[in-house]
Ligand binder design. Structure first.
Ligand code: ATP
Length: 333
C-alpha cells in the first residue's frame, strides 16, 4: 500500500509518502518559525497556505520517481485534528482536492493516535501504553475494547506549551524545549512544585514558580534543570502507574517533547527497573510530521477505514478516545 499523508495541525507543514511494501517513508516538512513570541494561529495558517502545496508536490514527485506511471498512490491521509482550526481547514481542503485529482480514497487520521501508532509500528510492540508528550497535549493512552482510553492527562496546558511559555518569559525564541534542555546540563536542583493528582498532572503552577524563581535571581540553568526534573518526573510517575494498572510491559513515547534526552533517560530507567520495554521513535517521527499520518493512514486504508469527502470536515477538538480503532478491533489483545 502506498499512502500520501498530509500534516498541518499547528507548525509543521508536512507531506509524506509511505510504502508498506518496503516500509520506507519519505517526509518533506516546512516548519513555521514565529518571528517573536509563540505560535500565532493566523500566521501559522498563512504559512500552511503557502507551504502545503509545496511539500505535497515534493511528495508527489517522490511517488512518481519511485513508481512507474502516476506514482501508485492508493490513498490520501490527512490529520483531521486535534489542532488549530485555520491550519486544519487548509490541510483538509488540500487533502480532498488531491484525493479527487488522484481518484483515490481519503483517510481522516487523529493526530494524537498517529503519535501513538508510529511508536507501535516502529517498535513492533503488541499492546503498549503510550506517553504523548507534545506541544499542545500531554496524556497517557491505553487500548481497551476498541478505543485508546485517556488514562492520564494534563489538567491545564500541554507539556511543550508550558515549557515554551517559560522561555518566552526569558525572551528566548520559539521553540523553547531544546534551549531548556541545553541550559539544564549545567544546572542544580532547586525546589519547584510537583503536581500529580490521581493519574493527572498539572504544569501551570510549576511554570509560574519557574518564572518567579528567575525573576528572584535563581540561576537560569538551575531553574531549567529543576523544571525538567519535575515535569518529566510527573510524566514518568503517571506512565509507570499506567503500566502497573494495566499490566502492560511496553511503553512507547510520542510527541515533540519526546526528543528530550532527559525525558527518554527517565522513562528508560523506569521501564528497566520494572522489567518493561521502552521505545522512542527517532526524532523525525516524534515531532509533528506527515510520516506518522501516512503510516497510520495505510493501516486504516487496509482496514477499509476511509471517509467520504462530504463527511470529512476537520475536528479541532478531536480527542483520541473518539476514534473507533477499526484496525485493531478485529484482534483485541
Ligand atoms: P501536538 O502534537 O500536541 O499538536 P505540537 O503540534 O505543538 O503538538 P510537537 O511537534 O509534538 O508539536 O511538539 C512541539 C513541542 O516540542 C514544542 O513545545 C517544543 O518546545 C518541544 N520540544 C522540541 N524539542 C524539545 C526538547 N529537546 N526538549 C523538550 N521539548 C522539546
Amino acid at each position: 500500500t502506498r499512502v500520501l499523508g498530509i500534516e498541518g495541525t499547528a507548525w509543521a507543514a508536512s507531506a509524506a509518502l509511505f510504502d508498506s511494501g518496503d516500509d520506507r517513508c519519505f517526509i518533506e516538512s516546512d516548519p513555521y518559525q514565529p518571528e517573536s513570541g509563540g505560535i500565532h494561529p493566523r500566521e501559522a495558517a498563512e504559512h500552511m497556505r503557502g507551504a502545503i502545496p509545496r511539500v505535497v508536490e515534493t511528495a508527489l514527485e517522490h511517488a512518481r520517481e519511485t513508481h512507474e506511471g502516476d506514482g501508485g498512490v492508493d490513498a490520501v491521509a490527512f490529520s483531521r485534528g486535534p489542532g488549530l482550526g485555520p491550519c486544519l481547514r487548509i490541510v483538509g481542503t488540500a487533502a480532498r482536492a488531491l484525493a479527487q485529482r488522484l481518484d483515490v480514497p481519503l483517510v481522516g487520521v487523529n493526530h494524537m493516535v498517529a503519535h501513538l501508532e508510529i511508536g507501535r509500528h516502529r517498535s513492533g510492540f503488541e499492546d503498549p501504553i503510550c506517553l504523548n508528550a507534545s506541544g499542545a497535549n500531554a496524556h497517557v493512552l491505553a487500548y481497551r475494547n476498541g478505543r485508546y482510553r485517556v488514562v492520564g492527562e494534563t489538567m491545564d496546558t500541554g507539556v511543550g506549551n508550558a515549557i515554551d511559555k517559560f522561555t518566552r518569559h526569558l525572551d528566548w525564541t520559539h521553540p523553547g524545549g531544546p534551549k531548556v534542555e541545553q541550559a539544564a546540563k549545567d544546572g542544580e536542583y532547586v525546589d519547584l512544585p510537583y503536581v500529580v493528582k490521581g493519574m493527572d498532572f498539572s504544569f501551570s503552577g510549576i511554570m509560574s514558580a519557574a518564572k518567579q524563581a528567575v525573576d528572584d535571581g535563581v540561576p537560569v540553568e538551575d531553574v531549567c534543570f529543576s523544571l525538567q526534573e519535575n515535569i518529566f518526573g510527573m510524566l514518568t510517575e503517571v506512565a509507570e502507574r499506567a503500566l502497573s494498572l494495566t499490566g502492560s510491559e511496553e511503553l512507547v513515547l510520542g510527541g515533540g517533547v519526546g526528543q528530550n534526552g532527559r525525558l527518554r533517560e527517565m522513562l528508560g530507567a523506569m521501564c528497566e527497573a520494572r522489567g518493561a520495554e521502552f521505545y522512542a521513535p527517532e526524532p523525525r517521527f516524534l515531532r509533528d510530521n506527515a510520516g506518522m499520518i501516512a503510516v497510520l493512514g495505510a493501516t486504516m486504508y487496509e482496514a477499509g477505514d476511509t471517509v467520504a469527502v462530504e463527511d470529512s470536515r476537520v475536528l479541532p477538538d478531536f480527542r483520541p478516545d473518539k476514534v473507533a480503532v477499526s484496525w485493531r478491533a478485529a484482534n483485541p489483545p
